[in-house]
Design a protein around this ligand. Structure first.
Ligand code: KG4
Ligand code: ZN
Length: 337
């Protein structure tokens, strides 16, 4: 089954052709980074306008790169939630009309489940496993029972981890997108130059939850308070120290969740899963006998391949959407563990 996957939930306009859920024939990602750079953040109105201009060409490029004709497609999968509503609507409207014109089925895909599924395309991992979804909009630790069935263990109670990276970078004018720049700067910095605090959340109520707004505020408003003696106040040191704590907050909960659930497999997904420190720390769990997978870098950030890959699973189960499929900015229901 050859599936076209379309992803326009934020600032990447992406289309991919995936065969039988794992063979990526193409994965075109047209990024709007240059457009949003002057604002150091994604401007929703501009994002949706550019998706409208680009989507047809991006889909054509995906078919051309895959070396197939649109008549060879068996189905279309499209991100329908959550994300920026205007941006989502472009992808959903396009996918519906494209599939209808070709008389093939289409299916709306949940962006969070797609990120969690991304690593399964390249490195299939047996269910259940601990899922670590870390992106610009979400920070979720969950028990992934199947591609569709996810029990949430913990989430951020305020900012998403990627949002914290982006806001710190924006405040200090380090560059855009913030996560990528901080990751790069951190390589040449001292991670203990600043000892930033982690959140103190009520353990009973927030066992596996995280918080990033306190860390962000400390880095932005009170950094001098946390500078260690003799440490230099450089962007590299700031980036390395912030990153150490941002990843530390997450890893602490990941380890707790592994201990308490007894799960022996872990997989990460989402843009922040591209972070080199997080990848190293997760990989380190292998020394304790855990099996750890994450997507290749291109499948961490938003992309059409993860949408087509997950779409394939639903389609094989006989699931389809109809003309009433709509876009939604909101997160769909997940079970609380
Ligand atoms: O998954 P994604 O492309 O979009 C959302 O669904 O949000 O994630 C984007 C986020 C941004 O916050 C970006 O700064 C972050 O992923 N990111 C990183 C890295 N690469 C992207 N954060 C830390 N380190 C990276 N290497
Ligand atoms: Zn995403």
């Amino acid at each position: 089954m050859t599936v076209l996957g379309i992803e326009t939930s934020c600032d990447e306009c992406s289309a991919a052709v995936v065969r039988d859920g794992h063979e990526i024939l193409s994965n075109i990602i047209a990024t709007q980074i240059e457009l949003h750079k002057p604002y150091q953040g994604v401007v929703p109105e501009l994002a949706s306008r550019l998706h409208t201009e680009w989507i047809a060409q991006v889909v054509e490029a995906a078919l051309r790169t895959a070396g197939i004709d649109k008549a060879d497609l068996d189905a279309v999968a499209v991100t329908s939630r959550p994300g920026l509503l205007g941006s989502l609507l472009v992808g959903v409207s396009f996918a519906k009309s494209y599939a209808t014109a070709l008389s093939i089925p289409f299916i709306g895909i949940d962006h969070i489940r797609a990120h969690l599924y991304a690593s399964q395309i390249e490195n299939p991992l047996e269910y259940p496993y601990l899922g670590v979804l870390v992106s610009g909009g979400h920070t979720v630790i969950c028990k992934v029972n199947s591609y569709d069935d996810v029990d949430v263990l913990g989430t951020t109670i305020d900012d998403a981890i990627g949002e914290a990276f982006d806001k710190v970078a924006k405040f200090y004018d380090l560059g855009f997108p913030g996560g990528v720049v901080i990751d790069r700067l951190a390589r040449n910095g001292n991670p203990t130059a600043f000892l930033f605090p982690g959140p103190s959340l009520d353990k009973d109520e927030h066992m596996y939850d995280m918080s990033y707004s306190g860390l962000k505020t400390a880095v932005i408003n009170q950094k001098d308070k946390f500078r260690t003696e003799g440490a230099e106040d450089t962007p590299e040191n700031l980036a390395a120290s912030f990153q150490r704590q941002a990843v530390g907050i997450l890893m602490k909960r990941v380890k707790l969740a592994l201990r308490d659930t007894g799960l022996r497999r872990v997989s990460a997904g989402g843009g922040v899963a591209a972070n080199s420190l997080l990848r190293a720390e997760l990989k380190d769990l292998e020394k304790s006998g855990y099996t750890v997978t994450f997507p290749s870098l291109k499948l961490c950030t938003d992309n059409g391949a993860m949408v087509a890959g997950l779409g394939y699973r639903y389609l094989m189960d006989g699931r389809r959407d109809d003309e009433f499929l709509s876009a939604s900015a909101r997160v769909s229901a997940f079970k609380k563990f």
